[in-house]
Design a protein around this ligand. Structure first.
Ligand SMILES: [Ca+2]
Length: 262
């Protein structure tokens, strides 16, 4: 009897340990949200938060699964209508992006680094950008990005630096500043251009705005910065001042009321 108790206690303990070990892994797997940007000459989706599903249950969340989830969330008809990928000699490759089938002219980046294949892993909080090449002959579309993809400000003044991703003579990836690009806000050109360092300062109004850029000299994959302008909440002293003003107004009303009564 004693042995049996001991054994059940040990078994229960083992179950508890197993559960404790399994829980963090489960929690990690359950929550992979990435920010997805999709472009086809212009922006189709800008830093949209997407919950990635481990479709093949191999414990790895991939660019492919992120893009599939993004289409399910954002594209009319879902991934079945707008997205397709397939194993090829080059690995898992894109066949269709945002409804466009152009014979393989697509690019995709994770946190502004070129992904090797759609099987590349993504982690919680990553930014995934996928685009359709608008030039499917010379593939001259240049990947570009701001130094921040999402910003919160209180005054609406945003300074960003625009870079282009390319390769040096040895085919090592490099980034260079993009000068003379016109900053756009919510798709509208502003009169602000990036300087020789790729830097530009633009003012936007309250609320959420999508800042991007276009170049008259080259075809840029549209960069994205989602800017949230939130007016600062009233500080304690402001609230106190309002209270004093309100009290004065009330006192004045009472006094004038008395005067009228007289
Ligand atoms: Ca997977």
């Amino acid at each position: 009897m004693k042995n049996l108790l001991k054994r059940s206690a040990a078994a229960a303990f083992a179950v508890l340990i197993a559960a404790a070990l399994a829980l963090p892994v489960f929690a990690e797997n359950a929550d992979v949200t990435v920010y997805v940007t999709i472009a086809n000459g212009t922006l189709c989706a800008a830093c949209e938060p997407v919950d990635v599903v481990d479709l093949d249950a191999d414990g790895v969340f991939t660019v492919d699964e992120a893009l599939r989830a993004a289409h399910d969330k954002l594209y009319e008809g879902g991934a079945d209508a707008g997205y397709a990928s397939e194993e090829t000699d080059y690995g898992l490759s894109l066949l269709k992006l945002w409804g466009v089938e152009n014979g393989g002219g697509y690019g995709y980046y994770v946190d502004n680094a070129s992904a090797m294949s759609l099987s590349d892993p993504v982690a919680d909080g990553d930014h995934v950008v996928a685009f359709v090449y608008t030039d499917t002959e010379a593939f001259s579309d240049t990947y570009s990005f701001f130094d921040a993809a999402m910003l919160e400000t209180s005054d609406g003044t945003v300074t960003l630096t625009l870079s282009a991703a390319g390769y040096d003579a040895n085919w090592s990836p490099i980034t260079t500043p993009v000068a003379g690009a016109v900053i756009t806000v919510d798709g509208e050109r502003t009169d602000v251009k990036t300087d020789e360092n790729g830097s530009a300062t633009v003012n936007v109004g309250e609320g959420r705005h999508i800042v991007s850029a276009v170049s008259d000299g080259e075809t840029l994959v549209p960069p994205v910065c989602v800017v949230d302008v939130k007016t600062a909440p009233q500080t304690g002293s402001d609230a106190a001042l309002l209270l004093v003003i309100a009290s004065c107004a009330m006192a004045a009303a009472i006094v004038s009321g008395r005067e009228i009564k007289r």
